[in-house]
Design a protein around this ligand. Structure first.
Ligand code: AOF
Ligand code: ZN
Length: 349
């Protein structure tokens, strides 16, 4: 095989990739498909078209950009795209073929597509004589697509675990009262996180104790346009009059505690971001199972003491087995503090 011909990404290409990333951000963060942006450059290096993906069932970024041009414009052009062009007949045709058909001469992309069904576009383009270069601004784009890339690589949703506790790690007082430990700003922050998720998971214990509605609401209490699917983990029966039954999305309550089974089923249904809201039993179970990709820990400046911990037994008997986290950010939200963290070493599953 002859040596692979790659072009080095010049500052012009890197700027085009930065623009492609901005375009990608216009697409929906929720849903089964990734946010992807694409810029087409003329042989002289001018941006002649821009495109982005608007979610499941809509044209891919490359096709969206190409649709704004004629065959004369695209012949010999360069495509700069945040994700490796797909190579499959999914809900839409392969972008590799669309780029080849348009006579594009060069393709630069940032990250490879880990989706086994869609990958292979770079090889297909090379076979057709297109000069393909990967890894342009790979760090920025991987960071941006981190939840989707992680979910697709693992074949299960990206799991964010949230809890709200007192500074001393308590989620309730001894009489069970827990509303509210954190302030209004932190609660509004949580609602925005719910709205950015595809599914929201709680245990049966929380359904029975708190009767949560699990909707994402704005500051006035009005239901936001984007709503996650409510999911209940556990075997106990959900009361017929539970508020969850009034959720705008159909409830998924499979009557099991089997997290692997629940997460694979959610992935198959297109869920890429799952938000685990507790209570402590479910939180401890997802941590024990090594299923948490990101932690959102809201800490209120209050002390409660006692036995009602935000997290119970997570299978750590000795400090050497403690789950070490990497802090990604610490910010004030109203009077509270939000700590964002990830498992220190990549989780095994
Ligand atoms: C691209 N450009 O803009 C996107 C890509 O069901 P489909 O046909 O929409 O295919 C979805 C898969 O295609 C998705 O899981 C991912 O692997 C890839 N997404 N590829 O070339 C795009 N959104
Ligand atoms: Zn595509």
């Amino acid at each position: 095989m002859s040596a692979r011909h790659e072009e080095r990404a010049t500052p012009l290409i890197e700027n085009a990739m930065r623009r492609a990333l901005e375009l990608a951000e216009r697409g929906p963060a929720r849903g089964a498909n990734p946010q992807v942006g694409c810029v087409i450059l003329s042989p002289a290096g001018d941006i002649i078209a821009e495109g982005w993906h608007r979610g499941l069932g809509t044209p891919h970024a490359e096709v969206d950009a190409l649709s704004k041009l004629t065959a004369d414009d695209t012949r010999g052009a360069t495509a700069v795209v945040t994700l490796e062009p797909c190579n499959h007949y999914g809900r839409t045709g392969p972008c590799s073929e669309a780029l080849i058909g348009a006579g594009v001469a060069q393709v630069f992309y940032a990250v490879s597509d880990p989706n086994p069904a869609a990958k292979g576009g770079a090889d297909r383009l090379r076979e057709a004589g297109v000069v393909v270069t990967d890894g342009v601004l790979a760090d920025e784009v991987s960071q941006f697509l981190h939840p989707w890339l992680t979910a697709v690589r693992r074949g299960r949703p990206y799991v964010t675990l949230k809890w709200a506790s007192s500074l001393d790690g308590r989620a309730a007082a001894t009489d069970g009262s827990s509303q509210w430990i954190t302030g209004e700003a932190a609660r509004a922050h949580v609602h925005a996180q719910r709205a950015a998720s595809d599914a929201i998971l709680v245990g049966t214990g929380t359904v029975l104790a708190d009767d949560p509605s699990l909707t994402a609401r704005d500051a006035h209490g009005d239901v936001l346009p984007d709503q996650p699917t409510p999911v209940v983990v556990g075997e106990r029966t959900i009361p017929a009059d539970a508020r969850l039954h009034g959720h705008p999305q159909p409830l998924f309550a499979p009557g099991t505690r089997d997290l692997d089974a629940i997460l694979s089923e959610l992935f198959a249904r297109g869920v890429r971001r799952a938000f685990v809201e507790g209570g402590p039993t479910l939180a401890s179970a997802v941590v024990s199972a090594g299923l948490v990709d990101e932690y959102l820990i809201y800490l209120a400046p209050v002390l409660i003491g006692g036995e009602s911990l935000a997290l119970g037994d997570i299978g750590v008997g000795t400090l050497a087995d403690a789950r070490r986290l990497e802090i990604l950010g610490v910010e004030r939200v109203g009077d509270d503090i939000l700590v964002t963290a990830r498992p220190h070493a990549p989780e095994e599953r």
